[in-house]
Design a protein around this ligand. Sequence first.
Ligand code: XIL
Length: 381
Amino acid sequence: MMNRRQALSLSAAGLLAACQSVPARGAALPTPSLHQLAREKGLRFGSAVGAGRPGTVTASFDDPLYREILAHECGVLVHENELKWYVLRPDVNTYDYARADRIMDFAARHGMDVRGHTLVWHHPQWFPEWIETHDYGARPAAEAERLVVEHINAIVGRYGDRIDSWDVVNETVDPATGGLRRTALSQHLGDQEIVDLAFHTARAAAPNAQLVYNDYMSWEAGHETHQAGVLRLLEGMKARGVPIDALGVQSHIGSGNSDDSVGFDTAREANWRRFMDEVTGMGLDIVISEFDVHDKNLPADIASRDQAMAELARRYLDLMLSYPQTKDVLAWGMMDSYSWLQENWPRADGIAKRPTPYDANHQPKPLRQAIADAFMAAPAR
Ligand code: XIL
């Protein structure tokens, strides 16, 4: 049932969409919740949620039954897109916090923590266009620095008392080369300098928050160059005394986006353990920041697909949770119909993917049970 608060918080369009498309749940949500199971082991469990344009995949927040799942299962939320430059900053002078605030308010009402994703998604594809056309003037490095510092101070200044962990920089390592990406900002500032600047600025603005570098290097074959690049970046930051507390391992596991492999059989566990050993050996914590399972190339049959995904998830989470440095597990969405993977790298047969713990009818799946089992089996932190 939708409570009065939830009903009031829905926009008219969102309410209409929700009434049209959301079937009644029919069964109680499973207990203990993932949040409770995680907490018993000193872990924190949560999910991304999107307050995007109503009626789109990014508008999961508009679905009242989805909000019920979040309130029940999660101890921490993260904005799916609402803190990104391209959403917050339509132009250089405007900060539009309306969408981000809806999620902050919901989290506060339900006593949930919030992670901050992300202060600088340092990837040319994911900045607003104005960053390219902006007039950087006679001292372009100083102007680029001003933009970054002002941005971080504004966001952390607004939400810093509620957000205790920030993805300060996201995806700046190019998986193809292991080198750092170049953007309209870093061409003036320097590719490494912009990373250092972002972390120093974040530390000054949020002295007590966990500062995270977040990326998608993963345990599948083919990620070796990406892993090596991330290790080089982290080692350099530590050597230069840059304030960093944790690595965010996005954990989009499974098929990846390739057409020629199922992807489930290419996990390289020994190699991945070496990577994890190196990261934790630097004194860094681990955040599983965007967990989902990509079933792009699995056979269509739902029962066997769900089982294969649950088994892979369990194997992955058991490995990750064997490190006491792993303290946060966040799913990149809790319900299949709102998964970003529905819009990216479609399956050859065109059917819907099943990457998250709940199906399109708000019902828990074997993947949810796999997460619960992994938490129950995990050593206490
Ligand atoms: C994705 C969102 O889920 C999509 O809605 C959006 O269109 C693109 O970004 N790595 C990240 C996340 O760090 O921010 C991305 O989120 C998924 C991959």
